[in-house]
Ligand binder design. Structure first.
Ligand code: HPA
Length: 273
């Protein structure tokens, strides 16, 4: 028996013993968006700490629980708080939550995050729909014996972000008069913010925004056959793109200021999924 799969099944069983709720959409909330989970029609919550072996976030401002409920008519499971690779967890633990949500029945995955803006046309507060990603700077969550029950050894990643969901998100934003950019997200390991030289490298590689999460989750979810979409909130211009040092405070302040618009967009999109 594969240890990682064993743990996934045990954690899924714990959730199943608490609720038989079957989500259609899985939503991962990034910095500043946590409140969205409190605003839905909640049917059940499960604290991560009540799931033996589940990794707990060490970052301030990140809560730790699954929230089950409905947004409009769409049954959703929400990760209110995620863990990051820089916290010291194995990649298999970093993506455990996403895998559990898939095991619980979710077919669609909506990823959100706070990100640094690399594209010079962005500014703090810009929302960017993710069209593709670069995950080459962090280990793949699929390293190790392939778990056949989850997916194939060499999964295709040519279209991680579903084109139908992208069109739907773009149209929804347009109808709501919410400006929405598109771009490529690059995941760095963190926890230090990047150097200007690293940001110039990322730009040369084609990245529009960077952060410390998300891409690994998308790889694990794609492996399991999920339909994926994602939006980044550009909380700051990336290192070297603006004056002054980067700080977690700046990231959180912009995330909070943008949260209302971001939450409305996410909710309207999920109602259509
Ligand atoms: N770099 C990496 N991660 C981030 C940033 C950044 O500038 N802003 C928010 N998350």
């Amino acid at each position: 028996m594969n240890e990682i799969y064993d743990k996934l099944k045990k954690c899924t069983d714990v959730c199943r013993s608490i609720t038989d709720f079957k989500p259609r959409v899985a939503l991962v909330l990034g910095s500043g968006l946590g409140q969205l989970a409190d605003e839905i029609q909640i049917e059940k919550t499960i604290e991560y700490k009540d799931i033996e072996g589940f990794p707990l976030s060490t970052v301030q401002g990140h809560r730790g629980r699954f929230v089950f409920g409905k947004i409009g008519e769409t049954p959703v499971v929400i990760m209110q708080g995620r863990v990051h690779y820089y916290e010291g967890y194995l990649m298999s633990d970093v993506v455990l939550g996403v895998r559990i949500m898939r095991m619980l029945g979710a077919e669609n995955l909506f990823l959100t995050n706070a990100a640094g803006g690399i594209n010079r046309s962005f500014q703090p507060g810009t929302l960017m729909m993710i069209t593709d990603q670069i995950s080459s700077f962090v280990p793949s969550p699929l390293i190790g014996a392939n778990i056949e029950e989850l997916g194939t050894r060499f999964p295709d990643m040519s279209r991680i972000y579903d084109s139908g969901l992208q069109s739907m998100i773009y149209e929804t934003a347009e109808q709501m008069n919410i400006p929405l950019q598109k771009g490529i997200y690059l995941q760095f390991s963190g926890p230090a913010y990047e150097t200007p030289a690293e940001i110039n490298m990322a730009e040369a590689l084609g990245a529009d925004a960077c952060g410390m999460s998300t891409a690994c989750e998308a790889v694990a979810a794609k492996h399991m056959g999920m339909k994926i979409c994602g939006i980044s909130c550009i909380t700051n211009m990336a290192s070297g793109r603006s004056e002054g040092p980067l700080s977690h405070d700046e990231v959180q302040t912009t995330a909070d200021l943008t949260a209302d618009r971001f939450k409305q967009l996410i909710k309207s999109c999920i109602m259509r999924m």
